[in-house]
Design a protein around this ligand. Sequence first.
Ligand code: NAP
Ligand code: ZN
Length: 349
Amino acid sequence: MIKTKAYAAQTAASLLAPYEFQRRAPGADDVQIEILYCGVCHSDLHTARGEWKGTQFPCVPGHEIVGRVVAVGSQVDKFKVGDLAGVGCMVDSCGHCHSCAEGEEQYCENGFTGTYNGPMFGGENTYGGYSQTIVVKQSFVLHIRHAEADLASVAPLLCAGITTWSPLRHWGAGPGKQVGIVGLGGLGHMGVKLAHAMGTHVTLFTTSPGKVEDGKRLGADRVCVSTDPAQMAALANHFDLIINTVAAPHNLDAFLGLLKLDGTMTLVGAPAEPHPSPGVFNLIFKRRSLAGSLIGGIRETQEMLDFCAEHGIVSDIEMIPMDYINTAYERMLKNDVKYRFVIDLATLG
Ligand code: NAP
Ligand code: ZN
């Protein structure tokens, strides 16, 4: 067993604080990674505070993990000691259902194992990346091909990157397509960068007028302040695809009306309380679809990481020490992060 220092929430109401637990020693098919950096996803906050129900405590969040391989099991052939490696939102799945066979482990019919709070679908609790080290079977570990100097900024690709990449690919973003991204937070800023790199025309929707210039710098061709009815009305019937990353309930009709015939809005934001139900006519009159999308499969995550390495794409981050995490959560709730907090695990001590 490996004694591991971490930060955990002991209850939904408690702040995150130092915690120590044991990781399993690497088995034949396992890779052990010394965690160097871990991104802070809004899902960490939802889970640590029990907002989605079903949180198993103590809860050690963190699923945007990057670091260095420090040990490998006897049957590991994809990694060697010293490699840079990443772990995203999943550490296992059943491996034999239709979704797993298709490389879409996130839709595993028997429930994938989350990197933290694994018992969402049964089984033992799992502890995430707000910790010194992690042991994961090799098929759920990703290769990092970016320069080592970029490592901290690569961490958010493991969730924010893949969660926006997957729907952009699934719904065919690319040249000639009009794509909207709603919300300029961790997911949204990666959505803007990735959609831009795919050659699609990107419109950012933000509630924060102070983010307009940043939106353009990140790659948006157009920025619409979504609280301004005139700017919204000008974009009616305009979009092939809208990816909605907002972490709070809001009026979906305001965005559905911006889709063209057969357009789709896919929800990736996962608020604790439901959105008000959208109007039926907004959907049926233009055969519009309202959809959802969950992270992405392992193969697809590797494709996204390789694409980002090739195109020089990383996240815009603010590096924080581990003991800043509770302040970071409060700032995230105020939309005050540009655009992802990343924990430097060397500060765990
Ligand atoms: P984040 O960094 O907090 O960004 C969310 C953004 O939404 C904010 O920056 C803000 O952008 C906008 N926003 C927040 N409150 C709003 C409100 N009341 N009305 C309108 N806009 C609001 O969060 P994140 O880490 O990107 O995560 C976003 C959501 O996605 C979370 O619910 C998270 O759990 C979920 N998530 C889902 C998946 C998946 O697989 N589907 C994966 C990861 C995360 P502006 O200031 O630009 O308006
Ligand atoms: Zn996440």
